[in-house]
Design a protein around this ligand. Structure first.
Ligand code: HEM
Length: 184
């Protein structure tokens, strides 16, 4: 067992959650200006999502077989539609990586869980056609479940497990850069 894996007795999906919680919460905190004042920070939030999701996906390893490819295409299309109306130019950030396919899927599919929670918190009771297209993307719980099964097939004490945890941390940091880069 590697030192980074010491104490990983749970299935890997749980280890990954615990091992990257601090980075998730730091990324969530970056978006506090939006959750505190959704109306005036909506364009910034959408531009940051557009930039961050694309940067994570474009950081995938060249041989990566990801589950989330069609999801990213759909989200980017929705974000472009939402942003078009505002005339916003998205500041792109340089991809990093190469990131493991499971790290990319975890970040992209996991970010949908947060967006669903935000939709309920911010837009409950709003008419569907008044909500940005990004927040109306489907939840896709089966895809998330399939991803969790793939995570649990990874031995928690393996070198690949270590790499996925590090790559998820790198992806969260990249998302933070994307948020900081937006001028809106
Ligand atoms: C305003 C910003 C965000 C908020 C409020 C937020 C909130 C949440 C919430 C409430 C959950 C748990 C949902 C559930 O279990 O049903 C969650 C899960 C998750 N979020 Fe976020 N999130 C935010 C941003 C992000 C971003 C930008 C990413 C990725 C780049 C991300 C990645 C994840 C992942 C991977 C999970 C799944 C954790 C697990 O169960 O292993 N989140 N988020």
């Amino acid at each position: 067992m590697t030192s980074a894996a010491a104490g990983r007795e749970a299935a890997f999906r749980r280890c990954l959650y615990l091992g990257t919680r601090n980075e998730h919460d730091a990324t969530e905190a970056v978006f506090a200006p939006f959750t505190d004042d959704p109306l005036s920070r909506l364009t910034w939030f959408l531009a940051a999502q557009r930039s961050g999701l694309a940067a994570i996906f474009d950081s995938r390893a060249s041989d990566a077989c990801v589950l989330s490819g069609a999801v990213v295409s759909d989200l980017v299309r929705r974000l472009d539609l939402d942003l078009l109306a505002t005339g916003t130019t998205v500041a792109e950030v340089t991809p990093t990586g190469p990131l493991d396919a499971l790290a990319v899927d975890y970040l992209i599919l996991g970010s949908r869980l947060g967006t669903q929670a935000l939709r309920l918190r911010l837009f409950s009771g709003h008419a569907s056609d008044t909500i940005p297209a990004y927040f109306r993307a489907p939840a896709l719980p089966q895809l998330w479940s399939a991803h969790c099964v793939a995570l649990d097939a990874i031995p928690p004490d393996s070198a690949r497990a270590d790499r996925i945890i590090e790559d998820v941390k790198t992806g969260f940091a990249l998302f933070g850069h994307a948020a900081a880069a937006q001028k809106t």
